[in-house]
Design a protein around this ligand. Structure first.
Ligand SMILES: [Zn+2]
Length: 385
């Protein structure tokens, strides 16, 4: 069959699906989100650049790629969001009783945006029901503070396996602290998903890193194989902090801000900077906020929008990672229900009474791949991821 001069890119009228490309052979379906936050345009530039290259090179592809535009209204205005954060309103599918959106959420610009995104996803799922070997999602972001690139994943073994291919730090179990993200929604649908944070909003390098990440994703999913030299070149673009281990990190503390206008981070913090317990990190309502634990500072808030002040993360030991991978595949987790204070809620969920099960409960359930959420002072809920 004769090939056409340039590859045909399908652009839909709605612009929600920014572009898509179909391979000559069946394979995975990669879905890229860009601009879920309207002030984070690096990802948008990067996906468009990848589209251009794909169009001009016309190499054979195995699978399909879709680029989806995130918060279109906020992108137009150049703001993070208009009414409410589009990356905090996807909390459904794991406990409907906990999903109680206020009226403001339902009538918000972002609610409408989320419905349109869901429609696009349903359209893609339907279209590739027969031919897709699997669906994989990536979500491109940038941060308000200076940062190297890093990856956020819900801690499933499948996510770990894919994320491990990239030479950047990986943050596990982020969804226990930041609720209602798009990635959690995708994970709850049963698909792999990776969040990629490229660096500071306004840093030019964030576009290069997003682009490098996208090409490497396309390569590792075998939609299109890069040459060894190209892989090395893109890895080089990502890997910029020789003193920062590109291993796994876990959230140890999360500072939630009631009013971001009354919260001021001490200036100069970069992502992954080391902090000691007691270090002064921010001012809130005129008083100092000190680090309650040691670790590394993560996503310090340097913009006047958002409720996540900062997080403190710590490296996860390789032994824990191996043990947890082993345990998740083993029969041992069938025994969890017999631990004292553990009550079965459904096939995938447990309630833990902390008055009975005091020690290491959270750690044990993490090992077995559960998402742990505090319901009240005495109760934890653990969901199988
Ligand atoms: Zn973002």
């Amino acid at each position: 069959m004769q090939k056409t001069e340039t590859r045909e890119l399908l652009i839909r009228d709605t612009k929600r699906v920014r572009w898509s490309v179909s391979g000559d052979q069946n394979g995975p379906v990669l879905i890229i989100f860009a601009g879920i936050h309207g002030n984070e345009t690096a990802g948008v530039h990067a996906v468009d650049h990848v589209a251009e290259t794909l169009q001009n090179r016309n190499e054979s592809l195995k699978g399909n790629i879709y680029a989806i535009t995130g918060n279109m209204k906020a992108l137009e205005l150049g703001v993070r969001y208009v009414d409410t954060d589009l990356n905090r309103i996807w909390e459904t599918g794991f406990d409907k009783n906990q999903y109680n959106p206020s009226d403001t959420t339902i009538h918000s610009v972002e609610h409408q945006e989320s419905l349109e995104i869901k429609n696009s996803l349903e359209w893609i799922f339907k279209k590739h029901k027969q031919d897709a070997s699997r669906f994989i999602f990536v979500d491109l972001h940038t941060t308000s503070a200076e940062s190297c690139a890093f990856i956020l994943i819900n801690d499933t073994l499948a996510n770990r396996k894919l994320a491990r291919k990239f030479p950047v730090p990986q943050i596990l179990g982020f969804e226990e602290n930041i609720r209602g993200t798009l990635l959690s929604y995708i994970n709850n649908l049963g698909h792999q998903s990776i969040g990629f944070e490229a660096g500071a909003h306004t840093n030019e390098a964030s576009i290069d890193r997003s682009r490098a990440f996208l090409w490497l994703t396309i390569h590792w999913l075998e939609i299109h194989r890069l040459s060894e030299a190209e892989v090395l070149r893109y890895e080089e673009v990502l890997n910029i902090h020789p003193d920062l281990p590109d291993s796994y990190y876990q959230v140890k503390y999360h500072k939630i801000v009631e009013d971001s206008k009354k919260f001021e981070m001490v200036s100069g913090f970069q992502n992954f900077d080391k902090v000691e317990k007691g270090d002064r990190l921010a001012k809130e309502n005129g008083g100092w906020i000190e680090a309650p634990v040691w670790g590394r500072i993560f996503m310090p808030l340097y913009q006047k929008k958002g409720r996540d002040g900062f997080l403190i993360i710590r490296e996860v030991s390789p032994i824990w990672l191996k043990l947890s991978a082993y345990l998740r595949k083993s029969f041992v987790h069938k025994l969890l229900r017999f631990l004292p204070g553990v009550h079965v809620k459904s096939g995938h969920a447990f309630w833990i009474d902390l008055r009975v099960a005091r020690f290491f409960v959270k750690d044990i359930f993490h090992l077995f791949g559960y998402r742990v959420i505090r319901k009240d002072e005495h109760t934890l809920i653990c969901y199988r991821r």
